[in-house]
Design a protein around this ligand. Structure first.
Ligand SMILES: *Cc1c(COP(=O)(O)O)cnc(C)c1O
Length: 395
């Protein structure tokens, strides 16, 4: 048995079977390339699901983490630490938010956002039946709260009624949101660009309309930019393009570039009426190691103008996608912005993912028939060309 087959056998014998993994054992990475345990090289257009934005084996990032490991990894939130002070200041500055709570994942950021909104409403008038409006085809995570606002019945099916008091509107259909608003509505949650649901950007009319609706009724607008935030759309935050600001913002994925960290952020206006000591906590959240990653990631984003780079290459990527669509009958439509793109096919997307792997390209899907392109944000023109050469071939 080869080493690779042995690793796979061991993992399959011990891990809970919640994923159908591809038979590839990834061992190391360099820039936008990954190498498996047989030494095969792959161009990575998946970035560990939109996470590793700055590329693998990034020397400065690795050094920053090593320095932090050598000084202090964990403290708990009973004390202050240096990276959490720096990370919170930087993050508020670039997002225009005022208060941040660090979590260990995107799902936990959503949990915190939901609790923040419920507490905000409760502070105004104590009640336990406040409602949240979420969107169909949304994805916000797998814990019971995050699952409850995830608009995919299949994911929720076996797990009871969730946290309750959640209503689903149609994404990009303002009227469908308006119909659900009542005196009990405390928050409206949506992704600026739906990710898992199939790469659907929100329309300007929708985002501005929801903002106005929230302002008129003192409802909190929760924007989930766990996937589309931090440069991926070609702006630091996708919501910037609409000229609006959320009341609560959730981030994760690229925030730590691989070190597990997420965050929920809010404006001072919300914070004043929301969570207070005793309402929320996390043993790991905001620990020195994860916050050192955040500080270094944000430093590199600024230094390299990552959002600007994505914006600059975005038209070229669009051009290549248009060409592919014109040439390949299996391509039904193309969607998305920046380095977050969807290619809708009339065949199972997973077949293409597997064929691309054989050609040395890692891709992911969104749903059954959509290929999702979420490469590291340091992708250059030559990498885009390399990716399309494989797509041409396998399609
Ligand atoms: C990935 C994702 C989440 C969940 O984040 P985890 O880190 O997997 O818990 C939530 N919302 C969106 C939009 C996501 O893409």
């Amino acid at each position: 048995m080869t080493k690779t087959a042995e690793y796979i056998k061991t993992a399959d014998a011990n891990l809970l079977h919640t994923y159908n993994r591809y038979p590839i054992v990834l061992e190391k990475g360099d820039g936008v390339y990954l190498y498996d345990s047989d030494g095969r090289k792959y161009l990575d257009a998946a970035a560990g699901i939109a996470v590793f934005a700055l590329g693998y084996n990034n020397k400065e990032y690795n050094e920053a983490l090593k320095r932090q490991i050598d000084s202090l990894i964990h403290t708990s939130n009973l004390y202050y630490n240096i990276p959490v002070a720096e990370a919170s200041e930087k993050l508020n500055k670039i997002s225009g938010m005022d208060r941040v709570f660090f979590t260990n994942s995107g799902t936990e950021a959503i949990e915190g956002a939901i609790k923040s909104a419920l507490k905000y409403a409760y502070t105004k008038e104590a009640a336990d039946d406040y409602e949240i409006i979420a969107m169909e085809h949304s994805f916000h995570g797998r814990s019971m709260g995050a699952l409850s606002v995830t608009g995919n019945a299949h994911y929720r099916e076996a797990f009871g009624s969730g946290i309750g008091h959640i209503k689903f509107a149609r994404f990009n259909d303002l009227e469908s949101v308006k119909k659900l608003v009542n005196k009990k509505t405390c928050a409206i949650i949506f992704e600026t660009i739906q990710g898992e649901g199939g790469i659907y950007p929100a329309t300007e009319e929708f985002v501005k309309g929801v903002r106005a609706l929230c302002d008129e009724n003192d409802i909190l607008m929760i924007i989930d930019e766990i996937q589309c935030g931090l440069g991926r759309s070609g702006a630091m935050f996708a919501f910037e393009k609409y000229g609006v600001k959320p009341d609560i913002l959730t981030l994760a994925k690229a925030l730590g570039c691989g070190v597990p960290v997420g965050a929920f952020l809010m404006t001072e206006r919300v914070a004043e009426k929301s969570l207070v000591p005793g309402d929320h906590g996390s043993t790991y959240g905001g620990n020195p190691l994860s916050c050192a990653a955040v500080v270094e990631v944000l430093r590199q984003f600024e230094e390299k103008d990552i959002a600007g780079h994505v914006k600059e290459l975005s038209p070229y990527l669009t051009e290549k996608l248009e060409e592919l669509k014109a040439r390949k009958n299996h391509v039904k439509s193309i969607r998305g912005e920046g380095f977050m793109r969807g290619i809708e096919l009339d065949i199972p997307a997973n077949d293409i993912v597997k064929a691309a792997q054989k050609e040395g390209l890692l891709l992911i899907t969104a749903g059954t028939n959509i290929l999702r392109l979420v490469p590291p944000l340091i992708f250059e023109k030559e990498h885009i060309d390399e990716m399309f050469a494989v797509l041409e071939k396998v399609l």
